[in-house]
Design a binder for this molecule. Structure first.
Ligand code: PEP
Ligand code: MG
Length: 841
């Protein structure tokens, strides 16, 4: 066959057809032709040609039809560059007219021919002539006169007879499909899916194999995998005497493919065709290097392949499919890694609401920590703990959480807050715990006193009512929808191992507790990048001692309270070191303002007065005195370390004693001690002097030598700017991008959630900077800090431990500026490992 025109191409194995000019479907069909599969004759129209058609410039229809066999009906299908961008629906049976109807009536019987013609008239009327679909409502498709009725209805509405010439019909179809693609709504729809404004549409004009007639005829789809699990399994549908995707639409009537107990199968009705289909599908998998769904027609027992599309799949199936393709030697491992969207791993790491399950959405908020969990509503941390003690799953509902809620969060299955953004307390802690969490759910009314949640539709949910928090998409659902379990199977493990061989940046975990550390080990983190020690002081027994320490007037009293905390901290650190088995553990010294440890309500104040044997008025006055107007910029972090140095002394001692204890039993430990909220060089000098003194004292007392590394968190803009003078005292810098973002923008990380969506919607910020690293502003400080730090201390280890550490885009930036590792919540470690591997490939 001659190639007359590069824009109207008869598909052969050598024809110039490309996805970028003719679309994915045309290219795929060419691949199938090259594999010698039984593909009906096909012509591809390029994007340019379709564009001209939309503008009213029609190609020579007779020449086009001459490329196909003259006696067959034809169909036209869309062929865009990416199948997700949509496109007009396929039109089948073009060429059907009175003469063909008469001929087919003889060949296949009047009823089948009637149905075919009437359906074509109907689809042409609605999709091509754009007539009112209701006009066919009353038509009896079984009637002998259905075709005449349809033709009359067309003529009435269109005020002209139904076109009888195949060339005219085809021209009408091509024009309507080309114009539909260029319409505004179709354009907006595909742009929303990432298509460029000028994305083109190709069209594929194909001879039809009818799927109707004598012998075994029909159509269906087949694939070799289960789309939910990714495991090998022949799945699909087939319907005798059908066309196109009928088998999928009329599920009840269609056949199963393989022989089983549910009813007749294609395997039984046409075994040879079934074997041929399986062989074709296997060949496509191997040569197209992908799990493909094949669309086929069977004509008198003979198989024809009409199309092949990439199998749609769940995230867990995507992982298994990629790994199996690599293990079967069909694609290289690197390609398997590149085929998985890192964030899609979240679906494997957490329980999910079954995508097939009905959803009764009662409210929405910010998706702060992925996964879904169901439980009874509780409105306080104490209730959450009581609920856990009874073995009942609960959802902790709070306006916002604060450090006092930690134990309740540990006890809950999910957390829901009215306020807060992506780096608010609830969000950060929930991600660390792998707990589903939705924050900023202000569409719900939180009536904390009444212990009720009211949804926009007026329904009220009370304490004890069952709800589900879907932290993957920010929805709150009524009741208990069906769930899919996490799937850390062998395919996932293989993929992760391959990722580790590629990546060139380490991934550590932010882990505060032994449970976090175990999760970090499970997910093969390269150590702990941030242990926020303040979370260790909230157990009931410690909180009271902590409060005694805060209330102590003299340094001596403070020391004696801290002495009680010392063995507890030592045990905490010893356990962390043991779990991490010689991997680095970076411990941040105490960071939050002290008043966070004090009660806020009257009952709590009374309890505290009792515990400390102080008058209530005294306690109230002292608590008030500790309050700050702006605590996040107040006496916290290193400022506390300098003004109340006994706290850091105790922590340093606990770390060193734990180092010795853990090193006795296993791999040597070299702890990393990190100073938070530094803004001036002198702060580091002062803390370093004291920590060194504690180390010297412990060495002398125990006679055991050990090493340690001291570093600072760079989380104030000034620390980044003055990095050159700070670095000589340090082994490492860890950029705390949460506070650094807060301080660079002057934007409260706890309150920004209230207006962030308005800001993003109006384009003030392209994204929530607490969620996506602001490369231009905060990133500039990271770059400066890294450069200046390394100027004076070339061996400085650099890391990012803010919430951005786990996001693929931030990792890209971090690699570019020479960061050695990122540290993120344990459950984000796999996502970061895969993202880092992809960036290195
Ligand atoms: C940070 O500020 O980025 C950080 C990691 O510390 P925190 O979130 O505990 O303030
Ligand atoms: Mg911080």
């Amino acid at each position: 066959m001659q190639q007359e025109h590069p824009d109207i191409t008869f598909i052969t194995d050598t024809a110039p057809v490309a996805t970028a000019t003719h679309g994915g479907r045309a290219k795929c069909l060419q691949r199938l032709v090259r594999l010698d599969l039984p593909v009906p004759r096909t012509v591809a129209l390029s994007f340019d040609e379709v564009h001209r058609i939309a503008a009213g410039e029609m190609p020579d229809m007779d020449a086009l039809l001459a490329l196909l066999a003259s006696e067959s009906l034809i169909c036209v299908r869309p062929s865009s560059e990416d199948p997700d961008w949509g496109g007009p629906g396929a039109i089948l049976n073009i060429g059907m007219n009175d003469a063909r109807h008469a001929q087919l009536s003889l060949e296949m019987g009047a009823q089948a021919a009637n149905a075919l013609y009437a359906r074509f008239i109907q689809s042409y009327s609605v999709h091509v002539a754009r007539l009112d679909p209701d006009m066919f409502d009353d038509m009896d498709m079984e009637s002998d006169t259905v075709c005449q009725q349809a033709l009359d209805a067309y003529e009435d509405e269109a005020e002209e007879p139904f076109p009888q010439q195949p060339a005219d019909q085809l021209a009408g179809v091509l024009r309507s499909m080309a114009r539909a693609w260029e319409g505004t709504s179709a354009r907006l729809l595909r742009q929303a899916k990432g298509a460029p404004a000028d994305a083109g549409l190709g069209l594929v004009v194909q001879e039809m194999v009818l799927g109707l007639g004598h012998g075994e005829c029909g159509s269906g789809v087949l694939q070799l995998v289960n789309v939910t699990t990714g495991l090998p399994q022949i799945t699909g549908r087939y319907l005798s005497q059908s066309q196109g995707r009928d088998a999928l639409l009329t599920g009840a009537a269609s056949l199963f493919l393989e022989r089983d107990t549910r009813g007749p199968s294609l395997e039984e009705k046409a075994p040879a065709a079934f074997e041929a289909l399986k062989a074709h599908a296997a060949l496509m998998r191997e040569k197209l290097r992908e799990e493909m769904q094949i669309e086929f027609t069977i004509d008198n027992g003979e198989v024809h392949i009409l199309d092949g599309v990439r199998v749609q799949r769940s995230a867990r199936a995507a992982v298994r499919i990629a790994v199996r393709l690599a293990k079967d030697g069909i694609i290289p491992r690197q390609e398997a890694l590149l085929r998985i969207e890192p964030r899609a791993l979240n679906e494997l790491l957490h329980r999910q609401v079954d995508p097939e399950a009905p959803r009764d959405v009662i409210g929405t908020g910010i998706a702060a920590s992925p996964g879904a969990a169901t439980g009874k509503i509780v409105f306080s941390a104490a209730e959450a703990q009581a609920s856990a003690a009874r073995g009942e799953a609960c959802v902790l509902v709070r306006r916002e959480t604060n450090p006092e809620d930690i134990r309740g969060m540990h006890a809950a299955s999910a957390v829901l807050t009215e306020r807060g953004g992506i780096t608010s307390h609830a969000a950060v802690i929930a991600r660390g715990l792998g707990l589903p969490c939705v924050v900023g759910a202000s569409s719900l009314r939180f009536q904390m006193r009444k212990h009720a949640l009211t949804c926009p539709d007026g329904r009220v949910f009370r304490e004890g009512d069952m709800i589900t928090v879907d932290g993957s998409d920010g929805q709150i659902l009524a009741g208990e929808p069906a769930m899919l379990e996490a799937a850390l199977d062998d395919a996932f493990q293989s993929l992760m191992n391959w990722a580790d061989k590629e990546r060139d940046i380490d991934v550590r975990a932010n882990a505060d507790t032994p449970a976090d550390a175990k999760t970090a080990r499970n997910f093969k983190a390269n150590g702990i990048g941030l242990c926020r020690t303040e979370h260790m002081f909230f157990d009931a027994d410690r909180l009271t001692v902590m409060r005694e320490m805060i209330f102590a007037d003299a340094s001596e009293d403070r020391r004696s309270a801290l002495e009680q905390l010392l063995p507890m901290q030592r045990d905490d650190f010893t356990e962390l070191f043991r779990i991490m088995e010689g991997q680095p553990v970076c411990i941040r010294l105490f960071d939050p303002p002290l008043h966070e440890f004090l009660p806020t309500d009257r009952a709590g104040l009374r309890d505290l007065a009792e515990a400390l044997s102080l008058p209530l008025s005294d306690v109230t006055r002292r608590v008030d005195a500790l309050g700050e107007y702006n605590p996040m910029l107040g006496m916290r972090g290193v400022r506390l370390g300098i003004t109340v140095p006994e706290i850091y002394d105790m922590q340093a001692r606990a770390i060193f004693e734990a180092t010795i204890a853990a090193s006795h039993e296993g791999d040597p430990v070299v702890p990393e001690i990190m100073i938070p909220l530094v803004s001036a060089n002198r702060e580091v000098e002062l803390v370093k002097t004291r920590v060194d003194a504690v180390a010297a004292a412990v060495r002398t007392e125990t006679g055991v030598d050990f090493d340690y590394r001291l570093g600072v968190m760079v989380e104030t803009p000034r620390a980044a700017l003055r990095a050159e003078e700070i670095a000589p005292h340090c082994h490492f810098f860890s950029f705390g991008t949460n506070d650094l973002t807060q301080m660079t923008y002057g934007l409260s990380r706890d309150d920004a959630g209230r207006f962030m969506s308005a800001y993003v919607q109006q384009g003030v910020y392209p994204e929530d900077p607490f969620h996506t690293l602001d490369v231009e502003g905060v990133g500039e400080l990271l770059k400066l800090g890294a450069e200046r730090g390394r100027n004076s201390q070339p061996n400085l280890t650099l890391s990012v431990c803010g919430e951005h550490g786990g996001s693929p885009e931030s990792i890209d930036f971090c690699r570019k500026i020479g960061i050695n590792y990122v540290s993120c919540s344990p459950f984000r470690v796999p996502v970061a490992r895969l993202a880092a591997a992809q960036l290195a490939i």
